[in-house]
Design a protein around this ligand. Structure first.
Ligand code: 9WY
Ligand code: RBF
Length: 452
């Protein structure tokens, strides 16, 4: 079996992923706005040689029929939160090897400024940065806050394709990798190697020079998590690492085949994309202890969270439907995955389930040995390259995984014990520090553009 990769899912807010476990007595996530919280998490991950910490982001919040329910604030559903790029910058200073992956929205960011921010992070972290490209699941409330029109789901992906072309030009085409000379007796940089870029796309325009020189990875490692049809097409085109929501093994195996086939359609090697499934677990010394721990997590949560939280991801008020309504009768322009993953279930089923799962799959509850068995089986049967650990209680859930499951996976030879390579791309994707020639960004490289 191949060596698996591991990342930790995090979020710079008190809760995440549609659940609200901040009240759990051992959960420290309510202090997400203190640097100490993040320093502890990053230290724990780097000491355990995890590949990266991932910070999700959504900008928006929950509204039900145009109103913000009080539970959004009383249980802290996406309000308040911090800026993940700034948290990542702080962690670049406190770590030396851990990958730092942040979510960035192609709907809400300004590509010229965003390209500079990501390149800055890549420089100061010496090539440890990744970008989870999202079109933003909470597009409606976020668009209102930004004062821009709402853009429909698939149109947001067209916009994202245009955004990518522009940032590729800035990262790959403006400064050649050897433009900087920093020679006090000579010159700082070679003018022949700093190119003007122009972009006249359907959504974005730019004319000028990238402000950052070529960073260690050029383009940050590109992550993608969209599992709608249009999202998979986008991921197969641009993604280097793809997150799956974590469902049944059969469904994941089908998704993995679809993603690899899409990569081939786009002229890329199927194995050039690393696919990582989200995975939550509750670990105990015995099954009974694990089950009791899981119950304590569920009991810490206010049941009123479910309706508001589902509305945040889809804009739909599930409590207003007949519980017998098939989920496939619903439609959203926000996160379509949150409808399609429930095919075959009813509105009533989902309302019951959401409290336990939110946007994640069902947590796996058992002993460390059972968790390790489950992970190996999922990886093998669904052809996964690794897991995105989605903790229920922090730092406890991650600590449990590191202390009890990781040693078993190491013993079985499926988890690395040391960091190999310098940059995140070398470690995670297993290639050179910069993008390969089969990636669409390569067509914007300065040398190629000036030769044509
Ligand atoms: C996240 C993980 O509808 P899609 O499934 O194509 O605009 C829709 C877009 O938000 C979603 O795409 C998708 O990218 C949702 N998504 C995530 C999905 C998964 C499976 C593991 C992490 C995700 N992280 N959407 C984010 C995120 O941080 N922000 C976001 O808006
Ligand atoms: N965020 C979305 O906006 N839409 C999604 O469909 C979505 N699905 C997710 C699935 C999993 C398994 C995980 C771990 C995260 C997902 N997220 C999604 C990201 C994240 O939880 C969210 O954007 C938070 O910032 C909101 O609490």
């Amino acid at each position: 079996m191949k060596k698996l990769r591991f990342g930790l899912f995090e979020n710079a807010q008190a809760n995440d992923s549609g659940t609200a476990t901040w009240r759990h007595p051992e959960n420290k996530r309510d202090h997400f706005d203190r640097l100490d919280y993040w320093l502890e998490i990053a230290r724990m991950c780097e000491d355990a040689k995890l590949d990266f910490v991932f910070l999700a982001d959504a900008w928006g919040w929950s509204e039900v029929n145009g109103e913000r329910p009080d539970v959004t604030v009383t249980e802290s559903l996406d309000l308040p939160r911090l800026d993940p790029a700034i948290v990542a910058a702080a962690l670049a200073a406190s770590t030396s090897q851990l990958g730092l992956v942040i979510t960035g929205s192609t709907l809400l960011e300004q590509p010229y400024a965003f390209a500079r921010r990501m390149a800055t992070l890549d420089h100061i972290s010496k090539g440890r940065v990744g970008w989870n490209v999202v079109t933003t699941g909470t597009a409606e409330t976020a668009a209102g806050a930004f004062g821009i029109p709402m853009v429909a789901h698939d149109d947001r992906y067209d916009m994202a394709d245009d955004f990518m072309d522009l940032v590729y030009k800035l990262w790959e085409g403006s400064w050649e990798p050897d433009a900087l000379e920093r020679d006090k007796q000579g010159r700082f940089a070679d003018p022949a190697k700093v190119h003007r870029i122009t972009h006249e796309g359907p959504y974005f325009k730019s004319d000028g020079y990238g402000q950052t020189s070529y960073s260690p990875q050029g383009t940050p490692v590109l992550f993608q998590a969209g599992s709608s049809d249009r999202g998979v097409r986008f991921g197969g085109t641009h993604g280097e690492a793809i997150f799956l929501g974590g469902s049944s093994i059969e469904k994941m195996a089908e998704q993995v085949r679809g993603i690899r086939a899409e990569a081939v359609n786009q002229g890329r090697l199927p194995e050039s994309i690393k696919i990582m499934s989200a995975f939550s677990c509750v670990i105990g010394a015995t099954e009974a202890e694990a089950a009791a721990k899981h119950r304590a997590v569920l009991d810490a949560q206010d049941p009123a969270v479910a309706v508001a939280s589902y509305a945040m991801f889809t804009g739909l008020d599930l409590s207003s439907y007949d519980p017998a309504t098939p989920m496939t009768d619903l439609h959203t322009e926000l996160s379509q995955t949150q409808i399609s993953r429930f095919a075959g279930l009813t509105v009533g089923d989902v309302l019951k389930d959401w409290h336990e799962k939110g946007v994640r799959g069902t947590p796996f509850v058992g002993t460390a040995e059972q968790v390790a068995d489950e992970m190996c089986m999922r990886a093998e049967k669904a052809d996964l390259d690794g897991f995105l650990l989605t903790p229920l209680v922090q730092p406890g859930s991650t600590r449990d995984f590191i202390d009890h499951v990781l040693p078993i996976l190491r013993e079985r030879g499926v988890a690395a014990s040391e960091y190999e390579g310098e940059t995140l791309r070398e470690r995670l994707i297993g290639t050179a520090p910069t993008l390969g020639e089969d990636h669409p960004a390569a067509r914007f490289r300065a040398a190629r553009v000036s030769a044509s």
